[in-house]
Ligand binder design. Structure first.
Ligand SMILES: [Zn+2]
Length: 241
């Protein structure tokens, strides 16, 4: 409303009628990035720690329900230990090291998700198709969902599709920043996203185009590339200073 009044006032005064796009419309990517301020690593750390919800530690009963509902086989043994070791820096960055149980499930779908904020679930297929650094990027995206958990739940119930996509882009940005912070190349996240999407398309459960809940692959990769440039120039500036 305020914007309409301002615009009406501008037109009434006879000022230029061509308004730059960014003053009248904010994209989902812009809104996602605004949540992270100027992207300076220290400021992002502070902001995330303010947004971080308390650890949710459900009883073993809930975890069992989750596993049974998925109907998938839990893998144990050395592979899982290797997985946990590879993911440790990401969990530590998000203050979830030793606080979020990790399950490796046998599945042909390349997927990772945090279920009910109770457990981090990764499938064998995802482990197979990603490098460790790529997997860290994907897991960082999943952990980022915890920061906006309630907001996302509300967006689902209000069918606020644009907000759902904005939240995905926020998680993508957090994934890239996490990789940079733990010493990985943020580009690994973009590569993993592309591969997961293409394999998902082949499996008939994914699309390159925007959906009600997710941005298009192009929008996500574009954001990752922009962040890679932005974050590497920030490191250079830091080094020079
Ligand atoms: Zn997501």
């Amino acid at each position: 409303m305020l914007k309409q009044i301002t615009l009406a006032a501008i037109f009434a005064l006879g000022l230029p009628t061509v308004i730059p796009a960014q003053t009248t419309r904010t994209t989902e990517t812009d809104r996602a990035l605004t949540r992270l301020g100027d992207l300076a690593p220290d400021a992002v750390r502070r902001r995330l720690s303010e947004m971080r919800p308390q650890v949710y530690q459900p009883g073993p009963v809930l975890l069992k329900v989750i596993i049974n509902r998925k109907g998938l086989t839990v893998i144990t043994g050395e592979r899982v230990e290797r997985l946990k070791a590879a993911l440790q820096p990401v969990l530590a960055y998000h203050d979830r090291d030793g606080k979020l149980p990790i399950y490796l499930l046998r599945s042909e779908q390349p997927r990772a998700f945090v279920d009910y904020r109770a457990a981090l679930i990764i499938t064998t297929k995802l482990m197979l198709i990603t490098s460790e650094a790529e997997l860290r990027g994907i897991v960082a995206h999943e952990l980022a969902h915890e920061y906006l958990w309630e907001e996302r739940a509300r967006a689902f119930s209000n069918r606020n599709e644009s907000l759902l996509r904005e939240i995905e882009l926020f998680c993508d940005a957090v994934a890239a920043i996490t990789l940079m912070e733990i010493g990985d190349d943020p580009a690994h996240f973009g590569k993993a996203l592309e591969r997961m999407t293409y394999i998902g398309i082949t499996a008939g459960n994914s699309t390159r185009s925007e959906t009600k809940t997710h941005p298009s692959l192009d929008a996500r990769v574009k954001l990752n590339r922009w962040l890679c440039r932005r974050l590497s120039s920030a490191i250079l500036q830091k080094g020079v200073g």
